[in-house]
Design a protein around this ligand. Structure first.
Ligand code: CUA
Length: 361
């Protein structure tokens, strides 16, 4: 009786755990909810291989069960059954079936591999060096992401913005250690290396984007340090027209516009603090002309529009101030920790007001 109860408890515990775990995770942070061509291709291949494996497991299990039951030793049965050694027919069957299964797996896999690696559109340059294809240069850093649109000549960070229903091409690399660029719902992942540029394309389906409130989740998928798990970014997938509007608005934040003093006096005072303490690392213009190596911190030109603070905290002044006060508490090992000195509470308030005023939308 007691044993029965223990078993029952174990089942309940496992069942509850499964229930809890199945509730985990953000919507559209899963390869099982593909939101574009690349993601769908990978999903289809995964399903194909899974069903083939399930088929093999079922057939082998049935054969095994039949053999165990049919040829078991029965009571009083002393005779040794007929010993069989070698069977051409059987050997041909169990060699041919795996070969056939491998061919069924290999053909779509090879086709998809070449298709997903096809970035020829990036090499078709116009006379002025731009491409018709939309290109984003992704640069991974401990623990933040920079997104540069070379054709549009704008730079942003943390929130990647892309148009839906068209291929977006990515050049990806890292500035410090190896990271990996991954938008689970859209496809990937791909290593961001320090010494070479990797290329890939992704596509974001307009209907799926609408279902996801135009927001997908991106992750670093390579263990890169103590805050690896916090190295998140967001992807805002917008219909073409809205994307074009965003680009135009971003392009308007040139060096001159970035120097304009905000009308709100608190934010204006915050700009002073920012210029003294933060400007040497963080740019507030999308036309950051500095070379890559000098861009050591996230570009903040549209900080007020972002989804989250530092990719992980709620986007409000309170959280922003907590972050600036003690970034180490939220992202251990990050490069911002302690580099700007102490700020008074008043300076913090002003700085937060200024940063939240940096909007293009
Ligand atoms: Cu960057 Cu993990």
């Amino acid at each position: 009786m007691k044993q029965k109860l223990t078993k029952w408890r174990l089942f309940t515990a496992v069942g509850l755990l499964a229930l809890v775990l199945s509730g985990c995770g953000e919507p559209f942070l899963s390869t099982l909810t593909p939101a574009g061509e690349a993601g769908q291709t990978a999903y289809d291949l995964m399903m194909l291989s899974t069903w083939i494996m399930v088929g093999v497991v079922i057939v082998v299990s049935i054969l095994f069960a039949v053999a165990v039951i049919k040829f078991r030793r029965r009571k009083g049965d002393k005779a040794i059954p007929k010993q069989v050694e070698g069977s051409h027919v059987l050997e041909i069957i169990w060699t041919a079936i795996p070969i056939l299964l491998l061919i069924v797996l290999a053909i779509p896999t090879v086709i998809a591999t070449f298709d997903l690696a096809d970035t020829k559109a990036m090499d078709k340059k116009n006379e002025d060096g731009t491409t018709d294809a939309l290109v984003v240069n992704v640069r991974a850093n401990l623990y933040w992401w920079e997104f540069e649109y070379p054709n549009q000549k704008i730079i942003t960070s943390q929130d990647l913005v892309v148009p839906t229903d068209q291929k977006v091409y990515f050049n990806v690399k890292a500035s410090d250690v190896k990271h990996s660029f991954w938008i689970p719902a859209a496809g990937g992942k791909i290593d961001t290396n320090v010494d070479n540029v990797n290329k890939m394309w992704l596509e974001f389906d307009n209907e799926k984007a609408a279902e996801a409130d135009n927001l997908f989740y991106g992750k670093c998928a390579e263990l890169c340090g103590p805050s690896h798990a916090l190295m998140d970014f967001k992807v805002r997938a917008l219909p073409q027209e809205e994307f074009d509007q965003w680009i135009t608005a971003m392009q308007a934040v040139d060096a001159e516009a970035a120097e304009e003093v905000p009308t709100d006096p608190t934010a204006a005072a915050g700009q002073e603090v920012f210029n003294q303490k933060c400007l040497s690392c963080h740019a507030v213009t999308t036309a950051d002309a500095r070379p890559e190596a000098a861009r050591t911190a996230p570009n903040l030109a549209n900080f007020g529009d972002r989804e989250l603070v530092a990719g992980i905290l709620a986007h409000n002044e309170e959280e922003l101030k907590s972050w600036i006060k003690n970034p180490e508490q939220y992202k251990p090992g990050n490069k911002m920790t302690g580099t700007y000195g102490e700020l008074s509470d008043q300076e913090l308030d002003q700085l937060a007001a200024y940063l939240m005023s940096l909007k293009v939308e």
